[in-house]
Design a protein around this ligand. Structure first.
Ligand code: ADQ
Length: 475
């Protein structure tokens, strides 16, 4: 089998054998299975002008090729164009997006540098899997260097509607660059559709089924909703007897628990969520003293515009709510601005009666899936989920969907979740688990890689379904 090369902005802790997040766990097994290489930033920032060396290390048959980013690249590529322009805009926050040409130049430069570092390490039949919004233009630079290998790209965050994407000034150039990949994977059909709509409308691409034809190139697109490994989440949720979990349970006494776990990010809808909990207390006197809300949200990207403000706003909201409603023996809302190990988080999810996952926009949201997999089957909790999380598309039958801009609606839904009968909870849980098991993390990875391996086959395999599609676009 051909070797798999993974390229992502950050090469995660997998290098030290501690893979945790979806991306790390998801690709780690595939890399081990086929033998592979993982290339990307090691998380360190070097002084400008320092010689950037690629370090090579091997664990479990995987070659890790990592390097630091120069300070200037970190500022322009990472803090700048990736996280101050693309991240907010792709989450429909064009209002707080900021754009500077020098940041975009830095972004292109780093994408080019990644391609130059990869080129000498490649073998002709390697297949390359590139991850996320930091590397939209990487494929184009690979092609400029004459790299012919199959290259697939997966976007972990939403792709916005065409009119929102157009607010990113170099939108045409970016979309054209994305079409240098052989396969573009999105979290949902809606994201895939939005990209296709943009290309048809503004780049005069032709579209036939999942294939786009643009300036003589064909690019295949697909929706690959990222999953979890439900069995390992269930196991982890059961296993832990850590001090923190025991302390939380004894502090709750007989109270019910609503839980939320996020990175501290303005896309996650945390303030709206706090306000909804406050409305629950205001309009449902029966819940006062009877339910607690725990929000775990460690800071992320604290040196990027917008992140300090959201932290201050949350602290204010938590203080106001506890000041107004708290009692000596009961703290309504516990907001933890710190991180916990997964081995503590999963049992916390299990101990709670409601998983409150209400991003304003999210590519997928794996916490929603983890919450369900962590539940005890004989007494499962209820997932309250934003309709704007990618996960809502797969989980609408079992979760209670809410609009995170509708504070009263969220409060009413919390009330419903807290009162739901065991029979209804069990039936919702069963239907959610069926989906989680059927389309898990391995399936996500294997489906994407199978499509990538096929992506250019139609040219030499007439009769394939895609060949028909290609004919329809006149090729
Ligand atoms: P994130 O925005 O980081 O990821 P999410 O999918 O919710 O969001 O979380 C990814 C992983 O991080 C999960 O395994 C989760 O348990 C963990 N995590 C989240 N908050 C945590 C916390 N406070 N402490 C410890 N662990 C935490 C991006 C996209 C998502 C998409 C993923 C995967 O923004 O929409 O689901 O990539 O594609």
């Amino acid at each position: 089998m051909s070797r798999l090369i993974v390229v992502s902005n950050r090469v995660t802790q997998a290098a030290s054998g501690k893979a945790t997040g979806g991306l790390a766990v998801g690709v780690y097994d595939a890399l081990r299975g086929s033998g592979g290489m993982w290339l990307g930033w090691n998380g360190e920032v070097a002084e400008d002008g320092a010689q950037i060396e690629v370090s090579h290390a091997s664990h479990d048959g995987i070659d890790y090729c990592t390097f630091p980013l120069a300070k200037r690249d970190y500022d322009r590529f990472y803090r700048g164009f990736s996280n101050a322009t693309l991240w907010p805009t792709f989450h429909y926050r064009a209002d707080i997006s900021s754009y500077q040409r020098k940041d975009y130049e830095g972004y292109l430069q780093v994408n080019r540098d990644f391609a130059r570092r990869l080129a000498p390490l490649l073998k002709p039949d390697d297949i390359i899997w590139v991850h996320d919004y930091h590397l939209l233009a990487f494929g184009r630079f690979c092609r400029d260097l004459g790299i012919q290998n199959r290259i697939g790209f997966f976007l972990h965050i939403p792709f916005p509607g065409p009119e929102v994407f157009r607010t990113v000034p170099p939108n045409r150039e970016l979309a054209q660059a994305m079409c240098a990949y052989d396969l573009l994977g999105f979290q949902t059909g809606a994201d895939q559709q939005a990209f296709g709509d943009y290309c048809e409308r503004y780049l005069q691409a032709q579209r036939a089924g999942n294939v786009l034809s643009l300036q003589g190139r064909l690019v295949r697109t697909g929706a690959y909703p990222i999953g979890i490994d439900p069995a390992s989440v269930t196991e982890m949720s059961r296993a832990n007897r850590s001090r923190q979990v025991v302390a939380l349970k004894s502090g709750l006494a007989d109270r019910k628990l609503i839980i939320s776990v996020d990175r501290l990010d303005y896309s996650k809808g945390l303030v709206e969520r706090f306000n909804a909990f406050e409305q629950l207390l205001e309009h449902g006197p029966g819940h006062r003293g009877a339910v607690s809300f725990v929000q775990i949200a460690p800071s992320s990207r604290s040196d990027v515009l917008g992140y300090k403000e959201i932290r201050r706003e949350l602290e204010r909201a938590a203080g106001r709510i506890n000041g107004k409603w708290g009692e000596l023996a009961w703290t309504p809302l516990r907001y933890m601005n710190r991180s916990y190990e997964r081995s503590v988080l999963m049992p916390l999810l299990r101990a709670s009666q409601v998983g409150f996952v209400t991003p304003l926009r999210d590519g997928m949201n794996l916490v929603a899936k983890e919450y369900v997999a962590a539940q005890p089957p004989d007494d499962p909790g209820v997932l309250v989920l934003s309709e704007f999380a990618g996960a809502a598309r797969e989980m609408e039958d079992g979760a209670l969907l809410v609009n995170p801009y509708d504070i009263e609606g969220m409060a009413l839904t919390l009330d419903r979740a807290l009162r739901m009968s065991l029979a209804e909870r069990a039936s919702r849980y069963e239907s959610l688990m069926k989906r989680l098991r059927g389309y898990d993390l391995a399936k996500w990875r294997d489906t994407f890689l199978a499509d990538l391996r096929d992506a250019r086959q139609p040219r030499i395999l007439p009769g394939d379904r895609a060949a028909t599609e290609l004919k329809a676009v006149g090729l």
